[in-house]
Design a protein around this ligand. Sequence first.
Ligand code: ZN
Length: 113
Amino acid sequence: MKTLNPNDLGKKYLVEECRRIRIEDFLKVYRNKLKELILISELEISGIETELTTSKTCYNGIRFWFKCPLCGKRSGVLHVHPLTKSIGCRKCLNLEYRKRRYKGMVEGKLLDY
Ligand SMILES: [Zn+2]
């Protein structure tokens, strides 16, 4: 018995009429799941207790963020406070950058000349 070939139906179909199955779409899903599993695993190994959250990028991708344990907002960087050892975002731990702290002092010194 001869198997039915779609081209035997007498009409040629357009690519646009067919459902597309792209390997890239499958890889994208698994890549994101794999990234999430690796991130969660690394956090557990490092003993850092925080959750992850995501946002969508403009190209339909996913970007991962830390969820600050103190305020719950998403952050790309968390800090461990040197005294309390609590983990949080820069705002929650009331941290500032060295450059900002000494900015006034440097400018003041330059004005003395
Ligand atoms: Zn925070």
